[in-house]
Design a protein around this ligand. Structure first.
Ligand code: GLN
Length: 559
């Protein structure tokens, strides 16, 4: 059995959630990380997911939202995206695990005979495995923040909660802190904020032996000192440990809002750590910029998962970052590509300043994406294709400019006479869906004098991938003759990583997912340049009045 390493230095914060899901535990955990970093502490974050899937890689984006990819190629929960955007923690596959992985490991050990014929049980075998996974990922940072997925009271999360209960016992009180995120709803008919759900939720935690130290109270209105006192009394926490987590306009305000409530001060006091006072100027600058944009642009996102916008979480944030650096607010219109198949692109794209076709899997809506790309290419509307978006751009150009009428990806038509997008040899032999892709960070060489070089300002870059198919090299020359520039290639020149179309103000596709590496403080250069191109395109059109960051809608859909 894996014995937890000894960790003398690292302190642990466990973040649980109560009452309902979707209260923003990921952003809350990331914000705590940001505040501790701003005090000069080193941190890491980890997400424990109670579901049985072994990883989120094969889960539908319709159900689960985006799959976030780390540099080392782990397919993880989208909360890791928040952690990377808010902090400088370097995340790997060790920073996210699921019940499925825990059981997989325990059963493998049992089959191997590691338990020497003993009865294998949830306590201690499963809980020990969970504890080892928590303790072995810290790399000696000052504070590790661990978010437990799900809501207290779920059957699935019980082994995780038992494991973190034991950890305070194992590591000592001054080394472990429990923070519980809960909801204080405002009931219209009573005209009051209600604390009862929080009381129940805290009781549920105490039943299993966890007394929270800090309550983060998600609410739409400020909490009065009287309500805070009541929550403190029933929740059995200090009064200054009841933190108002009021709704904010933009997620990047959350660290500041928590700081103003005294959260970081309370955390370091309870963990008995001495730090400098926090440096929050960067966060203040970002919040100010988000709230005071000079103007607005509208980006059309033509995809398949438009009903669950969590499917495009990092993409959305990367565009917001591109807006922050260009002093504009970015409004989003999510357009279902199947609707474009019915209605054509002209009407649905009528007032967008630029179009982005994101990544995706499967053939649904592909023809709508192809006609979108033809439209924006011919109308000279800025275009950004990401992963599948680039592959579809290659198909469009092959069909309409290279005379290869039936060009396609072998993902959508195995019998196409012109597989301009095809699978690499080594991937052809893999049949199971889990873990067969080009995943994680790969180097890329950028060609000088291209849009890509203008954005990156350097030749050697590294970006994260998640796909099976690639541009088929047989068609490269033909496409170059039609005006395509392959502006980013793998170091051996064998794989296309970035392609552009010359006769256009801004038409760029990349095989990787640049959105995973964008940060509010360091926007990704391709998003920065794409937003700039959208601003250029918009010049001359009437200004959008009173628009805010992240305004969004779904087009082409009866609601
Ligand atoms: N379905 C495509 C592939 O597997 C694109 C994947 C993506 O967009 N992430 O290559």
């Amino acid at each position: 059995m894996a014995e937890p390493k000894k960790h003398i230095k690292t302190k642990f914060i466990f973040v649980t959630g109560g009452v309902v899901s979707s209260l923003g535990k990921g952003i809350a955990s990331a914000s705590i990380g940001a505040l501790l970093e701003s005090r000069g502490l080193t941190i890491t974050l980890q997400k424990l997911d109670p579901y049985i899937n072994v990883d989120p890689g094969t889960m539908s984006p319709f159900q689960h939202g985006e799959v976030f990819v780390t540099d080392d190629g782990a397919e993880t929960d989208l909360d890791l995206g928040h952690y990377e955007r808010f902090t400088s923690a370097k995340l790997t596959k060790r920073n996210n695990f699921t019940t499925g992985q825990i059981y997989d490991a325990v059963i493998t050990k049992e089959r191997r005979g590691d338990y020497l014929g003993g009865t294998v049980q949830v306590i201690p075998h499963v809980t020990d495995e969970i504890k080892a996974n928590i303790l072995n990922m810290t790399d000696g940072v000052d504070v590790a923040i661990i978010e437990i997925g799900g809501t207290v009271g779920d059957i699935e999360s019980l082994p995780f909660l038992e494991a973190i209960r034991q950890l305070r016992f194992d590591l000592g009180k001054e080394n472990v802190l429990y923070i519980h995120l809960t909801l204080i709803p405002f009931i219209n008919t009573a005209g009051e904020l209600k604390t009862k759900p929080t009381q129940h939720s805290v009781n549920k935690l105490r039943e299993i032996g966890i007394q929270p130290d800090i309550l983060l109270c998600r609410t739409s209105r400020p909490l009065s000192p009287e309500i805070k006192a009541k929550i403190a009394l029933f929740g059995n926490v200090d009064r200054d440990a009841v933190i108002t987590a009021k709704d904010v306009e933009c997620v990047y305000e959350v660290p500041l809002a928590f700081h103003n409530e005294g959260l970081d001060e309370k955390v370091i006091k309870l963990l008995n750590i001495w730090t400098r006072s926090p440096k929050l100027e960067q966060w203040e600058r970002i919040a100010k910029k988000v709230k005071n944009p000079k103007s607005g642009i509208t980006i059309g996102i033509v995809g398949k998962y438009v009903d669950l916008q969590d499917s495009y979480k990092s993409l959305h944030e990367a565009l917001v970052h591109g807006g922050i650096t260009n002093n504009v607010c970015v409004n989003f219109v999510y357009i279902d590509s199947e609707e474009i198949e019915k209605a054509g692109p002209r009407h649905l794209l009528k007032d967008v300043d630029a179009v982005l076709v994101p990544g995706g899997f499967g053939s649904r809506g592909i023809e709508g994406k192809i006609s979108t790309i033809q439209y924006v290419r011919e109308k000279k509307i800025p275009f950004f294709g990401i992963c599948l978006g680039m592959q579809v751009a290659a198909i469009e150009i092959a069909r309409n400019l290279c005379g290869l009428k039936d060009a396609n990806s072998s993902e959508f038509n195995v019998d196409t006479p012109h597989p301009v997008i095809d699978m690499m040899l080594e991937q052809k032999n893999i049949t199971s869906k889990g873990g067969t892709m080009r995943l994680g960070a790969y180097p890329c060489i950028v060609k000088k004098g291209t849009l890509a070089f203008k954005a990156y300002g350097k030749v050697e870059i590294s970006e994260r991938h998640r796909h099976r198919y690639e541009v088929n090299n047989i068609y490269r020359e033909n496409m170059e003759k039609a005006g395509v520039v392959f502006s980013g290639l793998s170091p051996d020149g064998g794989l296309v990583e970035i392609m552009e179309y010359k006769n256009h103000p801004w038409f760029l596709g990349c095989q990787f997912h640049p959105e995973f590496k964008s940060r509010p403080m360091q926007p990704h250069p391709l998003f920065e340049e794409f937003v700039k191109a959208a601003i250029q395109n918009k010049k001359g059109k009437p200004a959008l009045a009173g628009s805010k960051h992240g305004g969004q809608g779904i087009r082409g859909r009866k609601k």
